[in-house]
Design a protein around this ligand. Sequence first.
Ligand SMILES: Nc1nc2c(c(=O)[nH]1)N[C@H]1C(S)=C(S)[C@@H](COP(=O)(O)O)O[C@H]1N2
Ligand SMILES: [Mo]
Length: 346
Amino acid sequence: MAQIHLPPGWRDPDREVTPPSVYWNRRRFVRAAGLVLGGLGAAGPLAAGLSGCQTNGGNAGAQGSDSDDDPLATIPDTPTRDLYPGTRDGRFQPGRPLTDRRVAATHNNFYEFLTDKAGVWRNVGPFEARPWTLEVSGEVENPGVFDVADLEREIGLEERVHRFRCVEAWAMTVPWTGFPLYKLLDKVQPLSSGRYVRFISFLRPEQAVGQRTQDWYPWPYYEALRMDEARNELTLVATGIFGEPLPKQHGAPVRMVLPWKYGYKSPKSIVRIDITRERPSTLWSDLQPREYGFYSNVNPAVPHPRWSQESEELIGEDRRVPTQVFNGYGEWVAHLYDDDIMSRIS
Ligand SMILES: Nc1nc2c(c(=O)[nH]1)N[C@H]1C(S)=C(S)[C@@H](COP(=O)(O)O)O[C@H]1N2
Ligand SMILES: [Mo]
């Protein structure tokens, strides 16, 4: 039943500790870096994407039929629907109105499908998001492959309304459903040697047109956190949004949400969480270290080379608001970082 496609060499122990710049085809990597650096200049968000431009001739058009008109028809059949929206955690008051649900569902960064944010939802039809397993591996007492629905039932779901900020200086305010990552970590028991947490998204070129056509990205998408960041209460494993399971374009069936960091630190549709000794590399830092750091905390004082980070556009509202350091979540996370980390792209 479950169609879980793992990349070749997945269990090769050497691959685990080799940075992508080595195991990934070097020629393609250099080409990708070239696209990021020279090809787009002021135009490209997140490497080869399209910034203000909202069309993309180079990628596939809509696929599927029933979901042609409804961006929310992409919610996969989910055996745990009865658990949604979960218990609302009242500690998180975003201080601004919720983003329109359909605006959020039609404004997505998910390069596995399309770099044009407005069109991602039209390309997710072939993607089989349930059933789904999540592997936890590496420096842990109890590694394993877990069915996501089982984890949802066992750990339980809660709802948190958060501000969410993309490095491209747009932002939204949405209720996420999920569970804090520390509850899953408590289950697998990281060893003292486990100092970092690495996240890996799916690799299914046959279901994700962007993985087929944009070979300059080092698929699958990968991200990482320091263990204390991963264990912070704010770090959420999200399986839902707006009271229902995640639509595919938001990263069904399971993604990360790190509300104090730029959006690219919140990988979607993850298949594996690996606990490591050494600090893992991350996709955007590998592609362009001068623009994307490991920590990537929201910080209005440190401009990105292509986007001032002083203010942000609230999508669907046609207004800008000042950006807050840590996206306003300093109370939870400021103690994790020193001045050096916060003074530059890091
Ligand atoms: N696997 C994967 N995860 C990803 C991305 C991506 O392209 N692929 N884009 C990131 C970026 S740049 C942002 S801003 C958020 C967007 O999440 P949303 O579309 O649910 O708003 O997803 C992040 N997670
Ligand atoms: Mo982003």
